[in-house]
Design a protein around this ligand. Sequence first.
Ligand code: SAM
Length: 324
Amino acid sequence: DAGASDDAAVQGTSNDAAVSRESAASLGYISDPYIRHFVKHPQRRAPLINRGTHSRFEGVQRILRQFISKANSDSERNNGQVVVLGAGVDTSYLLLRQQEFDVGMYFEIDFAEVTAKKAATIFRRTANLRSMLPEDTQIAAGGTEIHSSTYNLLAGDLREFESHVVPKLFARGLDCNKPTLFLSECVLIYLDSLQSDQILDWITRNISNAGILTYEQILPDDRFGRMMIENLRNRGLELRGLHAYPTLQSTSQRFLTRGWHRAAAIDLATYHEHFVQKSELARLAKIEFLDEWEEFILLAQHYAFTFAYTSDTYPFNSMDLKKI
Ligand code: SAM
């Protein structure tokens, strides 16, 4: 049926993201020793893709680390919670543990088809990843989930957030009173905007101190945007949420009109130019020569970070996107 094959195509995007990340990691753009375990068929991506992966990775890791350091430096330790929506085979949790961050509660959600593969890889003996997880870690839900006192990989459909995903989060210890960071990289855009709005509204209704970072496509209507959409459509992928929030302004406005306290958005081109340090750019230039600058900028203008939070007391500081 069409619904199931659409779902399979969307689930397949976790592999695309992983292949790009593995490419950037193996060339030295980013430091991620774990991603290779999740990629069966590595491919070397073009220099402009690797450059984009670097900025995307750096932006997300920066917010994640700032949140965790800040939330956990407040009066109570282990105070922060992270919820990754559509986590795919994202390795951020392993990276945080490797760098000895005091992570607190960490939840990852994806379709069971994706979480089952992730769980199998983590438990594969040769990958040696199991030792990175808390001691009380167990495989659960017929191999589709990982449970522990702090890290939980959960199977669920984000289109049924309140009825299917939320009960699982609560069962594994989500605490509505803790400062919480939601992360969503190239995920909500695959949902109808009504469905993703339901997730955002659930957050504002239930979690008093919440923040969210999304990283998604924007600008569907120019030449490059139409090409981007067409390429995905040819692979059975539809960016359902894109036309509802097509610009930097509308993606941040979306949060403000839905009761979030502050929101700001920047595109990846701006991030690359103003947030990546000059010394880092010099390091990248030595890894691979990038002669398709115009193409890179065009591509990077079509991806945006949007950061929003619900309360003045949100534990967050300097990387305020565009001085939030
Ligand atoms: N965030 C990961 C990353 O950046 O590496 C994965 C990104 S991948 C492009 C999109 C992910 O969202 C896929 O793993 C897919 O299965 C997941 N996803 C999309 N729609 C979903 C839904 N309705 N419920 C659960 N997961 C979903």
